[in-house]
Design a protein around this ligand. Structure first.
Ligand code: CTP
Length: 423
C-alpha cells in the first residue's frame, strides 16, 4: 500500500498570525482567568501580544502571569510617570492590528459605548484605529438588562467594532443562561477570520444602496417602510474591509471611512445611483425603494380639520434596478434583493429575469424575528443560471461576507480569458 505523503507544515500554517500585533484587553470578571490561555494561543499562532489589564482584572489574574506568557510588558497604569516622553498607550494603540477585549464586562462595554476613557484600556481603545473585538462575559441577567443590550447594540453599529456573542451555559455564579464568554476556539477563529481576511475585492469599485426611501406627503409626513439599512451598511463595510472602493448611497446617516451619499426619496436615490453607476463594477441594491410617491406634495402641513377623509393620489416611482439592468455593461455585476411575503422563489426569479440581474437575494418577510430591523436574516441566493444557495439564519454581516465571496468569484470569472473554440 502506498504511504500517503506527509506534508511538511510551513511557517505560515504554524504561525498564521505572524507579524500581527494584538492588544489583549482584560477586564474584571471571573472569565479573566481564561485570558492567560487565550494569550498563549494567540502567541503560539505567531501574534505579538500586549496585554492591558483594568484594575479589576488584576483581582482575577496577575500581570506577572500575562507578562510571562506574552513575553511582553503588561500595561495597567494610565499615568506610570517613567519611560519615554510619548505616552505608551498612544504608541501601542497605533501599533495594534487588532484590539481584542476578552472578557468584556458589562461595565467596560458601557464605558466603551459612551466613549469614556478613565483608565489605560479604554484610553488606548479610543486612541486606536484598529478593529475592536469584544467578547462579553457576565451574569445572564446583567446581559439581558436593557442597558447592556443597548450598549452592545451601540457598539455593534459602530464601524470597527465586532461583538463575539457570549454562549449559553452555567456561569460562574451558578446561574444558567447566555453570558458565558465565547469559547477560546471561537474567539481564535473570529480573530483569524478578521486578521487574515484577504483583500479579495482590492480596488474594485462597488456601489451599495441602503435603507428605505421616504416619500413626502407634506412638510411633516412621509410614506416610508420598515427597512433599517443594516443589510446595506453591512455589505458596504464588508466590501470595504476587503479593499473595495465603496460608495454607499443611503437613507440612513452613518459615519464611515468611505463616501456615504445621503438621500431621501426614490428619485434622489435614482439620481445618485445613475450618477455613480458608470464608474462602478458592481451594484448591490439592498435599498427598499418606495414603488409609489404622492403625486403632489403639500407645501403646508395638511390639517385634519380640512375634511373627514384624506385621499392621497400616488404615482409610480422609477424602478432603479430595472433602468440600470437595461444599460448594464458586460463587465458590471448587479445584485438585487427581493423581500417577499408569498411565492418567494417564483417572485424572486421573476424579478431576477425582468430586471436583468446577475443575482437576487430573496428572503421571506413572514418569518418572525429576522429581516427588517433585525441583525439577522435567512436568505436564498438565486443566480441568473438558475443555481441557488440557501443561507440559514445568520448575522447580516455574515450574509455580506458571503456576497463578497460571490462578487470576488464573479470578477475573477469575468477576467478569465475565454478559451478559443477550435474550428
Ligand atoms: N427596486 C428598485 N426600484 C424600485 C423598487 C425596487 O431599484 N422602485 C429594487 C430594490 O432595491 C430591490 C429590487 O428592486 O433590489 C426588488 O425590490 P422589491 O421591492 O422586492 O420588488 P419590486 O420590484 O418593487 O416589486 P414588488 O413591489 O411588486 O414586489
Amino acid at each position: 500500500m502506498k504511504k500517503a505523503k506527509s506534508r511538511e507544515p510551513n511557517a505560515e500554517s504554524l504561525n498564521p498570525l505572524k507579524s500581527k500585533t494584538i492588544l489583549l484587553g482584560v477586564s474584571g470578571g471571573i472569565a479573566a482567568y481564561k485570558a492567560c490561555d487565550l494569550a498563549s494561543m494567540l502567541r503560539r499562532a505567531g501574534a505579538e501580544v500586549h496585554a492591558v489589564l483594568t484594575a479589576n482584572a488584576r483581582e482575577f489574574v496577575t500581570p506577572l502571569s500575562l507578562k510571562t506568557i506574552t513575553r511582553n510588558a503588561v500595561h495597567c497604569e494610565q499615568f506610570s510617570g517613567d519611560g519615554e516622553w510619548r505616552p505608551e498607550h498612544i504608541d501601542l494603540a497605533q501599533k495594534a492590528d487588532l484590539v481584542l477585549i476578552a472578557p468584556a464586562t458589562a461595565d467596560l462595554i458601557a464605558r466603551l459605548a459612551c466613549g469614556i476613557c478613565d483608565d489605560l484600556l479604554t484610553t488606548m481603545i479610543l486612541a486606536s484605529r484598529a478593529q475592536v473585538m469584544v467578547a462579553p462575559a457576565m451574569n445572564p441577567r446583567m446581559l439581558e438588562h436593557p442597558a447592556t443590550q443597548h450598549n452592545l447594540s451601540v457598539l455593534q453599529n459602530r464601524y470597527r467594532y465586532e461583538i463575539i456573542p457570549p454562549e449559553v451555559g452555567e456561569v460562574a455564579c451558578g446561574d444558567f443562561g447566555a453570558g458565558k464568554m465565547a469559547s477560546l476556539e471561537t474567539i481564535m477563529a473570529t480573530v483569524g477570520a478578521r486578521l487574515l481576511s484577504h483583500r479579495t475585492l482590492a480596488g474594485r469599485e462597488i456601489l451599495v444602496t441602503a435603507g428605505g426611501t421616504r416619500e413626502p406627503i407634506d412638510p411633516v409626513r412621509f410614506i416610508g417602510n420598515r427597512s433599517s439599512g443594516k443589510m446595506g451598511i453591512a455589505m458596504a463595510d464588508a466590501a470595504y474591509a476587503r479593499g473595495a472602493e465603496v460608495t454607499l448611497i443611503s437613507t440612513v446617516e452613518v459615519d464611515r471611512p468611505y463616501p456615504v451619499l445621503l438621500v431621501e426619496t426614490a428619485q434622489d436615490m435614482q439620481e445618485a445611483v445613475e450618477t455613480e453607476f458608470d464608474n462602478c463594477q458592481a451594484l448591490v441594491m439592498t435599498a427598499a425603494v418606495a414603488d409609489f410617491r404622492p403625486l403632489a406634495v403639500s407645501e403646508h402641513k395638511i390639517k385634519k380639520t380640512e375634511s373627514e377623509d384624506l385621499l392621497l393620489e400616488l404615482t409610480k416611482n422609477p424602478d432603479i434596478l430595472d433602468l440600470l439592468g437595461r444599460v448594464k455593461r458586460k463587465d458590471q455585476i448587479i445584485i438585487g434583493f427581493a423581500a417577499e411575503s408569498e411565492a418567494l422563489l417564483t417572485n424572486a426569479t421573476d424579478k431576477l429575469r425582468r430586471k436583468n440581474l446577475d443575482v437576487i437575494v430573496a428572503n421571506d418577510i413572514t418569518v418572525p424575528d429576522i429581516g427588517f430591523g433585525s441583525d439577522d436574516n435567512a436568505v436564498i441566493i438565486l443566480n441568473e443560471d438558475g443555481s441557488r444557495e440557501n443561507l440559514p439564519r445568520m448575522p447580516k454581516r455574515a450574509i455580506a461576507e458571503h456576497l463578497c465571496d460571490l462578487l470576488a468569484e464573479r470578477f475573477a470569472a469575468l477576467e478569465k480569458p475565454k478559451s478559443k473554440v477550435p474550428n
